[in-house]
Design a protein around this ligand. Sequence first.
Ligand code: FE
Ligand code: FE
Ligand code: ZN
Length: 309
Amino acid sequence: MLKIGSHVSMNGKKMLLGSVEEALSYDANTFMIYTGAPQNTKRKPTEAMAIEKAHQLMGEKGIDKKDVVVHAPYIMNLANPDPEKQAFAVEFLTEEIHRAHQMGFKQIVLHPGAHVKQGADAGIKRIVANLDKVLESTQKTDVLIALETMSGKGTEIGRNFEELQAIIERVQHHERLSVCLDTCHIHDAGYDIINDYEGVLQQFDAIIGLDRLSVLHINDSKNKMGAHKDRHENLGFGEIGFDTLSKMIHDVRFSHLPKILETPYLPKTSDDKKRIYPPYKYEIEMIKTKTFNPDLKKIIRDKEKLTQV
Ligand code: FE
Ligand code: FE
Ligand code: ZN
């Protein structure tokens, strides 16, 4: 069965229950959440997250807890040279993992870190030491940390499979590390999934091992291969294209993995860029029917106009 969803929000009074409802409104059967705003570390206590009600609805609608993905805030940097900031990142990631565990979820996606001009080797060393601490202090959970493949913008670590493997093989409890493959990021990092899909997967398998994969982020890219930019685009509207993305989504080797869309919201009209609308219901429909709809953006805006009156 295809496991497809998108990132959804978790806020207001409904919290996780609202996240499940949002996912269902897109006809998704899985989803990804941040436990609060991704750009900060302010968090509500898990008691205020409506977890039980959310679980009940998930049970009724057939959303499996083990397929749901949590994403750590992207401002966290385990490779930060400042020891105080590192300590904060370790503490916060530990709390995030406990929150994921209390929500019944099994994996948290993490951007490995940025070495901020200290060099990749120094950055990798810090990440390994800090992951060791986090895994040690969260031993009682069975939550995986899924290291995300990065585009290589700025001083990001994880811009190639070798860097991720260098982290994995040095971490003591690496049985709790997995990998999140982001299609936009590997394309931007220079992997040619359009013309050499099998070759890229073979490289991944030889360097990391396909059995380490635990989630796929499915995004098209606004930029050319190797641009190191990280700007997501709606499926079929970017440089990767619908066929390659669809091939990966429906690849039987990945049928057990949740696939998560992080494509951009659309402005409702070109002259009203502030009002935005999520594309996920429509993108999921394209995925299920394996058919690219070049009028997708226009259709989304038109439907929204109708529901506005
Ligand atoms: Fe990410
Ligand atoms: Fe991603
Ligand atoms: Zn990205």
